[in-house]
Ligand binder design. Sequence first.
Ligand code: BTN
Length: 247
Amino acid sequence: LGRTAVMVESVDSTNSWLKERAEEGMAKDGTLVIAKVQTGGRGRLGRSFHSPEGGLYMSFFIRKPDTKMDTSLATIAAAVSARDAIHELCGIRPRLKWVNDVYMGDRKVGGILVEGKFDPVGKSMDHLVIGIGINVTTEGFPEELKDIASSIVNEAGIKISRSLLCARIADNLEKMLRKTIEDPEGLVEDYKGSLMYIGHEIAVHSGGNVRPARLVGVDRKGGLIVRYLDAEGTSVISSGEVTIRGG
Ligand code: BTN
């Protein structure tokens, strides 16, 4: 991964950049694109991702991923890779909030956005774009984010190098993507080890509804296992549908 690397000063979104190249047949498998600034950084569920200077904004292009690798497992592989890279460089192990958020303390310092394109003829994925954004030395967040977002420098008091972080993430991700195929249970166990709210009451937000539940775990496909307080048994939530908050 990352043997072809493209570095740009500013781009709307590194994920969009790769998706556009893919449409033109111009994206090579394993390509990594890194930007210093994103003017239209995107998050899950159509949200934006604040991307000023000081953050690491990177996306990988995976052509024809293994059919066993669905987007949830790719998200989990990327979250674990970012968690471990931050831990290796600053000594603090971030926690992960299902499915794609990287937390230090009580604030989000990063997120993952995996986007895929399905090939209806081959009946498999044509490609995946794995985007990772980490607030490294970002200081000063806009009013609406200052209570929920933070950066590694604010939480750990250390200015880690963006290029070292990028290299560690790429190395880790290569291993973790292999693990999605060779040992998905092991990968999910590893992810669960730093999952926030496990065993706790959470609020499951979906299309304007909020339902209280207890967070039980994660299944082997990366789905969130919950027990709704108003229902019998457990349910599995797949990514893309809902957001969860501490109850
Ligand atoms: C989220 O918070 O829901 C996910 C945020 C993902 C941000 C990264 S930054 C690099 C890549 N390009 C984007 O536009 N988004 C991802």
